[in-house]
Every structure is written in structure tokens, then in C-alpha cells.
Design a binder for this molecule. Structure first.
Ligand SMILES: NC(=O)c1ccc[n+]([C@@H]2O[C@H](COP(=O)([O-])OP(=O)(O)OC[C@H]3O[C@@H](n4cnc5c(N)ncnc54)[C@H](O)[C@@H]3O)[C@@H](O)[C@H]2O)c1
Length: 283
């Protein structure tokens, strides 16, 4: 299957990064938002990223113009009708995704693939509300999407081998390295990362060491680019809590049970960098 046109649903943090990545890889890209101010905010972020790349001579002025010409914003979901691949990146809410998937299934041409960027929700269930479960899989990008090399390609029990092959090739064409995971909570990265992050929070709660010393220990002792608390603040404590809850829900394994401190920090709006305060202060 030749992919020429890509649709992205949602132009928030991840959707804008995914749309930017697709357009700069040469695909005609159409991104859909629910309101003009949100669409403008997302596309302005993308144009800003390209202007910065041009000013640092990472792309030429001509490439900047070509990228802009390939990117289109819309509020109308019907405008995605002739896309070959659509990547859903709306908020992490199953009800919203289960509303969206049948609507997209109805609009898209029969051969189009429908992918989700979900971090933790059940993709098999999303496929089951469409008539194209074999053409549905996960394509899980990491933040920031234009920079991070990894994508997890997530196969449900209904996804066809042909879909997986096409999506892997598509990921490579975006400059990414795909890894294949089954549709089980946490896929690969979060399944391994979440228990580590939760263990660091438990150490802090128990007074075993300070957050600074835990961060320094993991950076210098393991060669990690950042320690667990810096990483938690970067990923978002709310996002981490949702991911932990989703994996705990599936396996009921105490390794994934969110600690009281994490829950209380999220309840008090301490989400990390994005809210100005998490384990560290960013104000
Ligand atoms: N934030 C991360 O680090 C991260 C990493 C990987 C995957 N994800 C996943 O990506 C998805 C999006 O997360 P995000 O952090 O970008 O959220 P976000 O809140 O920044 O963006 C979501 C956007 O979707 C828009 N939206 C909602 N319903 C819509 C609809 N029906 N049509 C079009 N747009 C709609 C919202 O207006 C919002 O702008 C989630 O499934 C999340 O789990 C997030």
C-alpha cells in the first residue's frame, strides 16, 4: 500500500509533534482539532519548530516552505476521508476514543489504516467498534515526537500482518525505529519504566535518600541521561499515574500500584514541568 496522505486527530502536545514529523518526512498531512484556537495553537507550535530549525540551518528556507505547504489544519473530520493512514492523538480517555473510532471508520476509505497513539488504553477494544479491526493498531510515539527515535507498533489480536508490515515501513520512513509489542497494558517501555519510577517515589516516601541523591545515583551509577524524579517531572505525574493505574488494573501486580505520594501530588495539581511544580520547582 502506498501512503501519500496522513491524517492526525488532535493537535495537542503529541498530535502536533506527530503532524510535524509526518509533514517534514514528505507526507501531505491534515490535522484535525475541535476548535480554531486549539488548532491555531498547535499549528503555531509546528511552524515555530520549523522556523527554529531553519534559523539553525537544519533545514533550508525552501524546505521550510515545502513543510508548511504539506501541512493542513481542519475542524472538519470529513476532510480526512481520502487519507491512507490516520493517527489518533486525542486525550487519553476511552469514551472519547470509542466515539471517534466508529466515526472515522465510517468516513475513511475501506483500505485506510487507523492507528492510535494511546499510551495505556486497550486498542483491541477500539478496533472492535469498527468494521476494520484488521487495519487497526497502535503507533506509540514518545515525547517530543519529532525528536524521540522510538515508536512502539502495537498489534492487537485482530491486526493483520499486512497492517503491521505497512506501519513498520511507515515508521521507518518517518525516521523512527519501530519495535513490535502486543496489546497488553504498558506495551514495552511503560511496563518496564513504571515500576522503576514508582520504586523511586517509595524510596523517597520511606526517607531512604533525598530526591537529589536518588537522581544523581541513577544518572552516574547507571549512565541514565536523567534520574527518576527529573524524568517523572518531564513525563508528567498525571500521565505516570494514569499509566500505572492502567497496568495495575490489568495485572493487579503491586509493582504497579501508585503510591500515596504520587496520587496526592496529582490531586494537588503538581504535575511536573507542565504545571511549574512536581518533585522540583520550575517557577
Ligand atoms: N503526553 C505524552 O507524553 C504522551 C506520550 C505518548 C502518547 N501519549 C498519548 O497521546 C494522546 C494525546 O496526548 P497529549 O499529551 O497530546 O494530550 P493533549 O491534551 O495535549 O492533546 C489532546 C488534543 O486532542 C484534542 N481533541 C480532543 N478530542 C478531539 C477530537 N474528537 N478531534 C480532534 N481533536 C480532539 C484536544 O482538544 C487536545 O488539543 C493520548 O492518548 C496520550 O496517552 C501522550
Amino acid at each position: 500500500m502506498k501512503i501519500q496522505k496522513v491524517g492526525v486527530i488532535g493537535c495537542g502536545l503529541m498530535g502536533s509533534g506527530i503532524a510535524q514529523t509526518c509533514a517534514q518526512a514528505g507526507y501531505t498531512t491534515i490535522v484535525r482539532e475541535i476548535s480554531q484556537p486549539l488548532l491555531d495553537k498547535g499549528t503555531t507550535r509546528i511552524y515555530g519548530a520549523w522556523e527554529k530549525m531553519a534559523s539553525k540551518e537544519k533545514i533550508t528556507k525552501a524546505q521550510l516552505t515545502e513543510n508548511r505547504d504539506r501541512l493542513h489544519g481542519t475542524l472538519n473530520i470529513e476532510d480526512l476521508a481520502d487519507c491512507d493512514i490516520v493517527i489518533e492523538a486525542v486525550l487519553e480517555n476511552m469514551e472519547e476514543k470509542l466515539r471517534l473510532f466508529p466515526a472515522l471508520d465510517h468516513i475513511l476509505k475501506p483500505e485506510a489504516l487507523l492507528l492510535t497513539n494511546t499510551s495505556s488504553l486497550n486498542i483491541t477494544q477500539m478496533g472492535a467498534v469498527t468494521r476494520r479491526a484488521d487495519k487497526i493498531c497502535g503507533l506509540h510515539f514518545f515525547n517530543p515526537a519529532p525528536v524521540m527515535k522510538l515508536v512502539e507498533v502495537v498489534k492487537t489480536i485482530s491486526t493483520s500482518e499486512e497492517t503491521i508490515e505497512t506501519v513498520k515501513q511507515f515508521a521507518v520512513s518517518l525516521g523512527k525505529t519501530p519495535v513490535l509489542a502486543k496489546d497488553t497494558a504498558g506495551f514495552i517501555v511503560n511496563f518496564l519504566l513504571i515500576p522503576y519510577l514508582l520504586a523511586a517515589i517509595r524510596m523517597l516516601e520511606n526517607g531512604a535518600a533525598t530526591r537529589e541523591d536518588i537522581d544523581t545515583a541513577m544518572k552516574l551509577g547507571c549512565g541514565y541521561p536523567m534520574g527518576p524524579f527529573t524524568l517523572l517531572d518531564y513525563v508528567g505525574l498525571d500521565t505516570t499515574l494514569w499509566a500505572a493505574e492502567a497496568i495495575y488494573e490489568e495485572y493487579k501486580d503491586p509493582l504497579y500500584a501508585p503510591s500515596p505520594l504520587l496520587r496526592r501530588m496529582v490531586q494537588s495539581g503538581q504535575y511536573g514541568r507542565k504545571s511549574g511544580k512536581g518533585f522540583y520547582d520550575y517557577k
